[in-house]
Design a protein around this ligand. Structure first.
Ligand code: GDP
Ligand code: MN
Length: 369
C-alpha cells in the first residue's frame, strides 16, 4: 500500500530524516473562512511563503497542479482552490501545508526491492525533481546504483562512498536513515524525490513509501482508504477482490485460474466486472457470500463461476451457488473433487452446466452482450 506524503513524512521524522515544518488539513475541516489554515501557519511558524500539497496517491503532482507555492496570506484561497480540483482524476480531500524550503540543490534517492536479485537496491542521482525514468533514459551516467545484502541492517561505508562520490557528503546520513525506514517499514519502495539541500541543511522535500501489503498487519496499517463498501466486505471475508468496469461477474479459486478466466473473457470479446478469488477450500457459506457480493455490483448481467475442486468440494460450491439464489444467470464450470455430485445439485435447480472453461466463458460473453 502506498502511503500518502504526510504519512511517509511522519515515519521519516521518527527516523531522523528532516522534513519541512507543516500541518495537514482535511477538506471537511475547512469552513470557507480560512481560519484553520491561517492559525496553522501561525502556530507552525511557516514564514512568508508556503507550499500547498495535495495528498493524493498519484505521482507527478507538481506538474498536474498538486503542488502550489504561494505567499502565506494567499494560502486559504489557494487551499480552497486545491480542494476544488482533482489531480489526474483523484479528488483532493487532504492537503499538506508546509514552509517553503529555500532549495539550493535537488537530488533523487530511492530504495526499492529488486526481486530478481532478492536484495534492496539503492538508487541515487544528482538529478533530483525529475522522474527517475527520465534520468535513466537521458543521463544514465548520473545514476548510482548499489545493492545491499538483505542480511545487513546498515549500508557498508564503501557503498556510501560510491553513492555520494559526486554529491555533498551531508546527504549520507539521510541515505542511511532511509535504509532503516525501508527495512523497519517492510517497504518495497522508499523514495525521496527531491532530496534537497538548503542553507539550513538537508531535507526530504517529498516522501513516498510503499509498504508490502503482506506486512500491513505487522505495521499496524489498516487498508481502508478509498475502498467501496463491497471491497471492504470482500476484505472482511478474506477474498482477493478487485472491481472492474464490465458486466460479467467472475468468481474463481486461485489467482491463476481467476486471472485466466478474465483473460478468456477478454479473448472472447467480453468485459469482466470484477476479479474475485475465493481462495482455497471454500465451503458453501463462502461461495454463497461471493456470489451475492458479485451479484450486488452495478451492471452485472451474468456471473461466471470457475472452480476447481481440490480441497474445495464441488458439491459444497454447488450448494453455495444455489443458496445465494441471485437474480442474474450464473454459469458454472466445476471440475475435480465431488464433481458429479456438484453438477447434479446444480442441474436439478436448472443451472446451465457446460463442459469446458471455453464453453462457459463463451456462453457468458454472448449472454452479457
Ligand atoms: P511530486 O510532483 O508529486 O513529485 O511532488 P513534489 O513534492 O516532489 O514537488 C514537486 C516539485 O515542487 C519539487 O521537485 C520541487 O522542485 C518543488 N517544491 C516542493 N516543495 C518545495 C519547497 O518547499 N520549496 C521549493 N522551492 N520548491 C519546492
Ligand atoms: Mn516528488
Amino acid at each position: 500500500m502506498k502511503l500518502l506524503e504526510y504519512e511517509a513524512k511522519d515515519i521519516f521524522k521518527k527516523y531522523g530524516i528532516p522534513v519541512a515544518k507543516g500541518f495537514v488539513v482535511k477538506k471537511t475541516d475547512c469552513d470557507g473562512t480560512g481560519g484553520k489554515i491561517n492559525s496553522g501557519i501561525k502556530e507552525c511558524e511557516l514564514g512568508d511563503e508556503v507550499v500547498i500539497k495535495a495528498q493524493v496517491e498519484v505521482g507527478g503532482r507538481g506538474k498536474a497542479g498538486g503542488v502550489v507555492i504561494c505567499p502565506a496570506g494567499d494560502a486559504p484561497e489557494k487551499a480552497a482552490a486545491m480542494f476544488a480540483k482533482d489531480i489526474k482524476g483523484v479528488l483532493v480531500d487532504t492537503i499538506l501545508v508546509e514552509e517553503k524550503l529555500p532549495i539550493t540543490g535537488e537530488y533523487y534517492l530511492s530504495i526499492a526491492l529488486d526481486r530478481s536479485k532478492k536484495a534492496p537496491v539503492i538508487l541515487f542521482s544528482a538529478e533530483g525533481g525529475v522522474e527517475i525514468e527520465e534520468t535513466a533514459k537521458n543521463n544514465p551516467g548520473a545514476l548510482h546504483r548499489v545493492r545491499v545484502s538483505p542480511m545487513l541492517d546498515d549500508i557498508p561505508d564503501f557503498m556510501m562512498r560510491e553513492l555520494v562520490r559526486d554529491a555533498p557528503k551531508e546527504l549520507a546520513p539521510v541515505i542511511k536513515s532511509l535504509y532503516r525506514v525501508f527495512c523497519k517499514s517492510d517497504a518495497i519502495l522508499a523514495e525521496i524525490n527531491p532530496l534537497v539541500t538548503t542553507e539550513k541543511g538537508v531535507y526530504a522535500a517529498d516522501a513516498k513509501i510503499i509498504v508490502d501489503d503482506n506486512a500491513l498487519g505487522r505495521q499496524g496499517i489498516t487498508l481502508n482508504r478509498d475502498l467501496t463498501e463491497r471491497e471492504r466486505l470482500a476484505e472482511d471475508l478474506g477474498f482477493s477482490y478487485v472491481e472492474l468496469e464490465g458486466n460479467i461477474g467472475v468468481i474463481g479459486n486461485g489467482a491463476g485460474l481467476t486471472m485466466s478466466t478474465l483473460d478468456m473473457i477478454e479473448y472472447f470479446g467480453g468485459k469482466a466486472a470484477n476479479f474475485l478469488d475465493v481462495g482455497g477450500g471454500a465451503d458453501r457459506k463462502r461461495v454463497c457470500s461471493a456470489v451475492k457480493l458479485v451479484s450486488g455490483m452495478d451492471g452485472v448481467k451474468v456471473i461466471v463461476v470457475n472452480l476447481l475442486g481440490g480441497i474445495t468440494r464441488c458439491d459444497e460450491v454447488a450448494a453455495g451457488i444455489v443458496e445465494a439464489g441471485v437474480s442474474q444467470q450464473v454459469v458454472v464450470r466445476l471440475a475435480g473433487t465431488n464433481e458429479a455430485e456438484g453438477k447434479r445439485i446444480l442441474s436439478e435447480k436448472g443451472y446451465r452446466m457446460l463442459g469446458s472453461m471455453e464453453e462457459v466463458v463463451k456462453f457468458a460473453v454472448e449472454e452479457a452482450d
